[in-house]
Design a protein around this ligand. Sequence first.
Ligand code: AMP
Length: 383
Amino acid sequence: MTDTIQEVQRTSFAAMPISEKVQRAVADQGWETPTPIQALALPELLDGEDVVGLAQTGSGKTAAFAIPLIESLDAKPRGVQALVLVPTRELAAQAATEISSLSKYNPVRPVVLCGGVGIGPQIKALRNRSTSVVVGTPGRILDHLQRGTLHLNAVRYLVLDEADRMLDMGFAPDVGRILSHTPEKERQTALFSATMPGEIRGMVKRHMRSPRYLTVKSEAPTVDTVEQVYYRMDGRDKTRALRALIDAEKDPVTIVFRRTKHGATKLHRQLEKSGYKVALLHGGKSQSQRTKTLEGFSRGRTSILVATNVASRGLDIPNVSHVFNYDLPEDTETYVHRIGRTARAGKEGVAVTLVGEAEVRDFEKIRRSLPVEVRQSRLPRSA
Ligand code: AMP
């Protein structure tokens, strides 16, 4: 099983076997050319092949699986035909939104099944015979299967998105159980992952039929559009330094990452007290609170979002100018995902890491493993 790093031919969407309605929806998004992962995965998936895509968030992978998903649907109501499994509620919401907008001329209304919200309305939505697409997180989907409120025997198209993250979150047994409810032979499967550890290869072997391995080189957001800097300081000076750095920018839109809920809550309180328009996002919040917080931040009602790693993957909020690592990320992968929240869709962004004296060695490890230079900088005088 070898990975193939293909030379990407940048064909146009028009040259692909995509229906006129989806072509129009793509054009409405303002997309001119397919991204590299789309250029590789779309032809294969549209051709009915299984695909394993090594792709980061921000690569356009959602549309890479959403377009063939829409094209694969049979107009007759015949139960759930497509299932998208994702690790988090936020990613579920994003995938569902992308499916809806790409199918706007022939609307597909995905049912989102995630925890943290009441199960009643989900059951009601599933009773509707025209429900053909389900997007959700493994725990809640399994819950529906066990209650008998969801049937997957008609699934023809299955997506495992951010598979490495699902494994990290301990979802592997749930995913296996869910897949056993879908028809093994008639099913087309697409798996996307930012990394390809052995466990994923095992998953691919168990659940997919001779898939095409697609890898695009350096989709990592670290490469060109994110300017990366770090500052060394006494750990106790971080809040002051953060404030000084934010104040030194003109209208920054900022995500500040903290490692723990407690730390995030504390920093949020401190910044709020100092008069910043700041919001807080962590895994302990309910789904509706999280949605509201993100909406307020996307719309500019708040300009600083203090978050734990829940926000590090997949979130696509345009116009984030700065990402701050207030606490060090656990590893290089988390670093890459966090900083990928800025410089979205070709815009520029700055990623700043505040390195306390006790964190210097850990940060050096991350820094050395990155393909680009993270520049050390000096704090403004006010810090
Ligand atoms: P994703 O990796 O799926 O989270 O997508 C990242 C961002 O790229 C999203 O904002 C998409 O709307 C956008 N996008 C997806 N495909 C294209 C494309 N072909 N051209 C420009 N932007 C795109």
